[in-house]
Design a protein around this ligand. Structure first.
Ligand code: ADP
Length: 183
C-alpha cells in the first residue's frame, strides 16, 4: 500500500505500509542502536535480510569511531538487500520529552539525508525511527519527521524520492492523516 504525499513540490514523497527490507531504493535507513551490532525490531530485520556484509562494515566503523551517537548516522553496504546502502542512525530513547529527544530525532533525519547527499543517493526510505522499543510517541514523531524532511529538501536538489515506510498500521494511519491535512 502506498500513497503520494503531494506536499514537497517536485520531490516524490510517499507513505508505504511495507517491510523496509523489501524496498528497492538507493538507501534504506536503519533505526540502529549505539553499538551498531544489531538488535531487535527493524534493526534485526535489516541485518537478517541483508546478511553478514552489513555487520562486517558496522564492526569496522566501531573500530574506527566506537559506535554511533544518538542523532548521528553512518553508512554501509546494503548487502543482500534490494537497497544498495543502509544508513544506520540512532534514535533517542523517549524519557518524557524533556531530555532533548525531539532535537535528537530531527538530527536522525537530517544527518541521514546529509549522508545520502554525500553518497549520491537519489531515493531513500525511512522507518518510523524511535517509535518501537524506544517509545517515542508516534504522532509527535511523525509530525517531526515530515517537518524535518520538508525543511531539508527545500534546500537541496539531488534527492528525488523519499519514502516513509510504516510497518505497523497505526503509524501508517497517522502519516496518512497528516498528509491529508498538509495537502
Ligand atoms: P526503535 O528502537 O528506534 O524504537 P524499533 O525497531 O523497535 O526501533 O521500531 C522502530 C519502528 O520500526 C517501529 O515503528 C516498528 O513498527 C518498525 N519496524 C519494525 N520492523 C520493521 C520492518 N521490517 N520494516 C519497517 N519498519 C519496521
Amino acid at each position: 500500500m502506498s500513497k503520494e504525499m503531494g506536499i514537497f513540490g517536485s520531490k516524490r514523497v510517499e507513505i508505504w505500509q511495507e517491510d523496509i527490507t523489501k524496498v528497492a531504493v538507493d538507501a534504506i535507513v536503519n533505526a540502529a542502536n549505539k553499538s551498531l551490532l544489531g538488535g531487535g525490531g527493524v534493526d534485526g530485520a535489516i541485518h537478517k535480510a541483508g546478511g553478514s556484509a552489513i555487520l562486517e562494515e558496522c564492526v569496522k566503523i566501531r573500530q574506527k569511531q566506537g559506535g554511533c551517537e544518538t542523532g548521528e548516522a553512518v553508512i554501509t553496504t546494503g548487502g543482500n538487500l534490494p537497497a544498495k546502502y543502509v544508513i544506520h542512525t540512532v534514535g533517542p530513547v523517549w524519557h518524557g520529552g524533556k531530555q532533548g529527544e525531539s532535537e535528537k530525532l530531527r538530527n536522525c533525519y537530517s544527518n541521514s539525508l546529509k549522508l545520502a547527499q554525500e553518497n549520491g543517493i537519489e531515493s531513500i526510505a525511512f522507518p518510523n525511527i524511535s517509535t518501537g522499543v524506544y517509545g517515542y510517541p508516534k504522532e509527535e514523531a511523525a509530525r517531526l519527521a515530515i517537518d524535518e524532511i520538508r525543511r531539508f529538501l527545500q534546500n537541496e536538489d539531488r534527492i528525488k524520492k523519499v519514502l516513509f515506510v510504516c510497518y505497523d498500521r497505526e503509524n501508517y494511519q497517522i502519516y496518512s492523516r497528516l498528509a491529508e491535512k498538509l495537502r
